[in-house]
Ligand binder design. Sequence first.
Ligand code: IVH
Length: 675
Amino acid sequence: MRRGRINWEDMGKTAEKRIEQLRAEIRRHDHLYYVQSSPVISDRQYDALFTELKALEQEHPDLVTADSPTQRVSGRALEGFATVRHAVAMLSMDNTYNADELRAFDERVRKQLGDEGYEYVVEPKIDGLAISLRYEQGRLVTAATRGDGRVGDDVTANVRTIKAVPLVLLGDAVPAVLEVRGEVYMPTSSFAELNRLRAEAGEACFANPRNAAAGSLKLLDPKVTASRNLSFFAYAMGEVSESLGRWHTECLDRLKGFALPVNPHIRRAGDIEKVIEICLDWDEKRPDLGYQIDGMVIKIDRLDQRELLGATGRAPRWCISYKFAAEQAESIVESIDVQVGKSGILTPVANLRPVELAGTTVKRASLHNFDELNRLDVREGDTVIIEKAGEIIPQVVEVRKEQRPAAAVAFKAPSHCPNCGSAVAKDEAGVYIRCLNPDCTGQLRERLRYFAGRGQMDIEHLGPALIDQLIAKGLVSNFADLYKLTVEQIAGLERMAGKSAANVVAAIEASKTRLLWRLIAGLGIRHVGGQSAQILSERLGSLDALMAAEKDQLEDIDQIGPIMAKSVCEYFRDPKNRAVIEELIALGVRPQQQAVERSGKLAGKTIVVTGTLATMTRQQAEQAVKQAGGKASSSVSKKTDFVLAGDKAGSKLAKAKELGVRVISEEEFLAMTRG
Ligand code: IVH
């Protein structure tokens, strides 16, 4: 976890280098947040990265590129769902964290609106998932996630199971087309119950209600979504065929009249001081709400004034959020454990006296690494302050040294692996301690858990308790062994009677045809996460090609840096790893390439993108091709349907002309994909 800022000037790094690092980091967190629904940093930490990037780009406008995260709304659509293009973009919102930042926002508004009076509306910021509901003739026709703001996932079937969402609107005055935007959320009590059941079943718990809501909406089986007790509040509109009023509050009243749920705590405020008062008041009252809010949203009430204020590419200038500080609690460190990770890294974890924090009972907190543990000087018996920054994994932020028991001793980093007892070593940077034994069962357990995890091979029923038993009985010592398991072997294990064993074997069998990127991600190659795995899978096309790839070839791929390239090469040069992969293939694992959408505007078309484009990078154009159901190829042949030629297009353009392949401009391309 990041702590403090590194002084990049001192380290002699250029702004350009830092900008690149920030972009890569932000993209990684966007992916974790929007695609995997499992963020690892808080919104506040994310904002700090974003603000730093924005400031650096302002100082160096020549370094701004079209693909910088500052130039677009982040996120992307998920695999497995059809996509929906939003008629009106779903923007994000800028954040503030204190009263002075709110006053500065008010100053900006005042500057633009001049002497004209204006009023604010203050709403609870529901901590869920933004959704757009499209009603035509009063009937719900589509429900889509925000996605990247322009294109989201079609989650209509799942949203239909949410009882708070009317399938048919009430009354005769409903506009022919009405897009309603709002938040799908999971009430705190349902969240606690869901996690209790998951823990019992040995499944991973959701970090917070927002992730639980997102995870529940993105399930492929609506029956499961229906069991998750999701709810909904409407707070904005997208496309509407006729105006619902001149004020936001008036529109919300109309929505209520149509039977749409609108939060009952929405209030008007005459000036920014009143806004601040309401925000501070809700910071105190929020635990009583029954659902989580992570702040307040402040909006200009008059719609014509909103028009005047307009928007930046990312967020409107007429609204802002006020984020509450992370909730804290005090507890006592009962003991400190050391856990072995999948690559052998040892992580200290504090076992705490259970304490309520932001709607859940916290019993453990990660101490991240031994540097961090030493910095905080956490000892067994200490009274500590824990925080759930953005309601993610709880962490120890402070030790109450004055309350330390006299007998408390400093925690010593282990010299041997707590799991297998073999020697450990510090890594190059001196931050991490690693178990060096490649056969350590602690590492194996983590590798198998990760392999079977939802973001990787997604093997249902293969939970931690079962994995532990499989290892203890010597039934599994690598990924390939999973595919040799029989129903009889599993049925002989504890709590595996009845249909359970058959379910496990069926789930393992079903994972044989997962997408290639899932297998690549599941291998747990150092530095290769889900997004990099997708890039590798897209670019190399097959496991064979990936295994044979040279370091230079990997480095040539956009977004694959030298560290990752080296790590991938090393992994596949290791004969042990190769043997396991060959065995996987021999056992019938057949990773699939990403399916192409058949119904899109470019369905069945092959397109080559070449030259420099004005509004997007080549990669973004290729992504758009795929989203529209087409295939993006890198070489021009007679089979190519179009060549999209940007500025300075060279040999590919010449080849297209030679073969008589149709060449299209960026404008034509945008028209084709936007429709
Ligand atoms: S208005 C231009 N109102 O917060 C933004 N958003 O951090 C229009 N959210 O993506 C959205 N409660 O998912 C609005 N009362 C509220 C909200 C709200 C929660 C979410 C929404 C948005 C995110 C931005």
